[in-house]
Design a protein around this ligand. Sequence first.
Ligand code: ADP
Ligand code: MG
Length: 693
Amino acid sequence: MIMSELYGSMVFDDRVMSKRLPEETYKEFKKCCALDLPLSLEVANVIANEMKEWAVEKGVTHFTHWFQPMTGITAEKHDSFISPTKSGDVIMELSGKELIKGEPDASSFPSGGLRSTFEARGYTAWDPTSNAFIKDGILCIPTAFCSYNGDALDKKTPLLRSMEAVNKQGVRLLRLFGRKTERLNVTVGSEQEYFLVDTATFEKRKDLFYTGRTLFGARPPKGQELDDHYFGAIKPRVVKYMKELDEELWKVGILAKTKHNEVAPAQHEFAPIFTSVNVASDQNQLTMELMKKVASKHGMTCLLHEKPFNGVNGSGKHNNWSLCTNFGHNLFDPGSSPEDNAQFLLILAAVIAAVDKHQDLLRISVASAGNDHRLGAHEAPPAIVSMFLGDELTGIMQAIADGRSFSRRANCEVKLGVHVLPQFAMDRSDRNRTSPFAFTGNKFEFRMPGSAQSITGVNVVLNTMIAEQFEEFADELEKADDLQAGISKIIKRVMNEHGRIIFNGNNYSDEWVEEAKKRGLLNLKSTMDALPYLTSPKNIKLFESQHVFTERELRSRQEVYMEAYCRLVNIEAMTMLDMTTMEILPSAIKYKGELVKTAKNSIKVGVDAKAETDAANTVAGLVNEANVKVAALKKALNNAHGFSTTLECGNCFRDEVIPAMDDLRKTCDELELNVAKENWPFPNYGDLLFSVH
Ligand code: ADP
Ligand code: MG
């Protein structure tokens, strides 16, 4: 199929709407979307009918309200278009009411106490700003999901609220610069890392199957040390996969753009072209789903877990975030006139202040049991939040703060609104790859999110904190007599109070951990260290003042995330126990028996049996050790189950269960290196990492 026919062929997008809807309806729809007005039922009816006609022409019989509950994955319930007529026939129908609102029985989705099962009713409400699309012959209508009394039960609702907050406060700020901005949008492009393994190999590993990561596995002789995979030639089987994935993504209107091999063997990366944050987050969910689906067609399994293999890089998701006016002006573009520079530097100051004030929230937004293995390990940003501006930009900000000249390139006093600032376009080669939050020329790249995570949460935090900062600045500057002086004052204050968050050095070094401590920055190592901060008075105030979360909603989320952590670690621990007692120990014991038999036979005929005896003794020792560690892990699990609050339970998983798991793994990995390959019960790291040819 040619590209022009392929691209967007499965999306009910603007092109389709402008062509198919009556002109009046189309105009009304566009107006409502642009100004956030509710649609009349009349207009909704016309759109619903046309949407259905379009879908039916493509062989579709069912529709679903597609939403993102707090599990972080998407949910759907399928209804057919079929409707009986009086004459006993059936017609295909989709009413405006059905398009706008759905009522799934939602009792089994996590709500963190917001809704008990007896009031199971939840509503899904159409989000007309994200296009409906066809997936597996089903018309998917993106929706928000909330409870009977309006509490957000999903990830989209707070995202839409946070976009509104940015818009409201951002437009206020831009007005001060005489801009006629009507709407300020948030744009996001998310780069996605993943692993591909051969499915036949994958299926032999219970740990991968149940938890998405390996819980055992000795290091293979070759990992990523030769750096021969990064940007290397892509294997033919993977090329075919990527080609089909691109096509599937293009069909649903996702602008798949970049693909390459990543650092670890079997690791790859995908990036789309950026778009509005709401659409980007829906598209990222859909992308992850399609990645898995297309892989299975090629006999491969796509691993989205943050740390599928110890000893080689894990996978992240870079969230490239920017702000853009309805006239297409990117607020993180430095610009070339003095006025532009003043505005740019003020906005930069807002980001600096917000990131420093809300380090805890940024850390929480990427907290998950899976991502804990990655943050702070050597390939990923550390758990300490800081930001990279580059030496030049930092120098300019500092010079303004100090009221002195910036001497790097132009030896002049930096006075806002008077000079064109020295050129500070970022040199691409000079980029800092280790910073968790890096300015990359015209956007910020937040590199802490985990590969399996929805990007919704991180963007809710980014949007809300910048909205709060814009509000603070706008309040102040609206009262100022002299705008430029007011901006200088703000920049000075921000650099003094929050400049500590800027770090342009190597974030992976031990010195940075020390230095960050001296600066008073947070270092929240694990999910359970971070989550308690979510409901601090500062954070409740932030989210309530920007109308993004009520305190109730925030508390419910805290509960949901802690519960998810406990459940996940519990599954991992149980899987380890199963694998050890049912696979590893029986195999090792059998192997020991074989060695003993061989030794006995040798001795019988007078042949030296030292090697067999030594090997048998080593295996015996490790088997005994593993046995003791199984008991220790069981005890730790038991302790964890004994607590009544999720906080205590989660802390016990962190402090007792995970260390017991690590300990058991150590012995089993050692055992693996002492048992013949053919006696080992499942494929090893070498088999997995090099399973796709
Ligand atoms: P990198 O900076 O990682 O080398 P790119 O410059 O191609 O690579 O950008 C990476 C991602 O950032 C892509 O998904 C791209 O669409 C996105 N991106 C680029 N500009 C913006 C922007 N203004 N807002 C949001 N995302 C953007
Ligand atoms: Mg990047």
